[in-house]
Write a protein that binds this ligand. Structure first.
Ligand SMILES: Cc1cc2nc3c(=O)[nH]c(=O)nc-3n(C[C@H](O)[C@H](O)[C@H](O)COP(=O)(O)O)c2cc1C
Length: 94
């Protein structure tokens, strides 16, 4: 993890929250000073509490803008993903 400055963190939304597995994963590292780009798939709730969950588990990280994708539309979301990555400065559009 020391090799990374930015993490792109994806989760399905369960009960309005980050999944327990992703919460445990994030809690297992000291992510202080790192950038976190959150995205989720969902069935209608959007990001719900997932971004604030990440903020709670990673209080010393900078949380970048998030992306929410309907699970049923995930395979058609390439354009949205690219736009999001450009907006948060990860993908450079030459
Ligand atoms: C246990 C469980 C809880 C869920 N809770 C929510 C929810 O609170 N809000 C929502 O929009 N979708 C909810 N969903 C739908 C999932 O977010 C959706 O199916 C998932 O993002 C699609 O990704 P997958 O194909 O990897 O499962 C839930 C699904 C499961 C299995």
């Amino acid at each position: 993890m020391d090799e990374y400055d930015t993490l792109i963190v994806g989760t399905p939304i369960w009960g309005g929250h980050l999944t327990p597995a992703m919460k445990s994963f994030l809690a297992g590292y000291d992510l202080s000073g790192k950038y976190i780009a959150p995205f989720c798939t969902h069935g209608g709730s959007g990001t719900a509490q997932s971004v604030s969950d990440i903020r709670s588990v990673c209080p010393n990280s900078t949380i970048l803008g998030s992306l929410a994708v309907y699970g049923s539309q995930a395979e058609n979301s390439r354009g949205d993903v690219e736009k999001w990555l450009e907006q948060i400065g990860i993908l450079k559009n030459n």
